[in-house]
Design a protein around this ligand. Sequence first.
Ligand code: ATP
Length: 292
Amino acid sequence: MRKNLRTVLRVENLRKYYGSIKAVDGVSFIVEKGQLVSILGPNGAGKTTTIEIIEGLRTPDHGTIEYFGTFNTITNEVKERLGVCFQENFFFEELTVLETLKLYSSLYNRSLPLNEIITMFDLEESLKKRVRHLSGGQKQRLAVALAFVNDPELVLLDEPTVGLDPHARHHLWDVIKHFKSLGKSIILTTHYMDEAHQLSDMVYIMDSGKIIAWGSPQELITSSGLNAVIEFPATHAHLFEETVVTGDVAIISTPDAPGAIKRLLDVGVENFIVRHPTLEDVFLKLTGRRID
Ligand code: ATP
């Protein structure tokens, strides 16, 4: 059979159990060259375990991973071609940002010129600061930058925008888009729906160790069959069948938004929102829960 040279990662039927906890329970997906694939799911869904198995940090109980169409294990050559940003990062706190960048780039045979990384991640101002003096957001930015020092073909980013302020978050989105435009691939885990929607070519929605749905963001929304979504106070949830209540908000999806709005107005409810369905609604429909 001919290999598809565009497939940079193929994960098949991955399983990892901890006693009775099925952290990863039969996960399969592929990542093509130039694609951003996100694994979207709530805390405890199994995203980090999946990513850490791919990174070679955990051993699966079952399943196979093929890297770059060639390798069935994570060899040194594979590591040279991967970039990794862990969910929790450990730094040498006494090193400066510049020293940290130099140290990491010295670990690889191939690395990007450091000034490219520094500009890309807006690190100029903190270069001389010791890591222990960085704010949480600055540390996170450094952690993500380190995933790119070896000019990798595939980058794994485990919840990279947690702890970033909105500006830094959007800046990182731009960096990721730029990286993708160079024909590189990214796996991103996130529980931010907007992030997955904005950045992903393919989204794998994960819950309780399993992939429960996949597709492009728009495919997921279209195939969910959701129509206009209306949010209104949960005290009026009884007005409609199939209302989902989360906290004090009731949510319905309806093909007849004008009819539903009239019904709300007839009983004096004016504080409602009508909007397009999002990946959050898809998750809610699939699981009956909000993602966070
Ligand atoms: P988060 O977003 O909180 O990191 P996640 O989707 O990445 O969540 P995992 O960290 O992969 O989820 O955890 C999946 C499940 O496996 C959870 O129930 C977790 O408690 C469990 N788990 C993970 N690592 C271990 C371990 N070493 N021993 C026992 N259980 C574990």
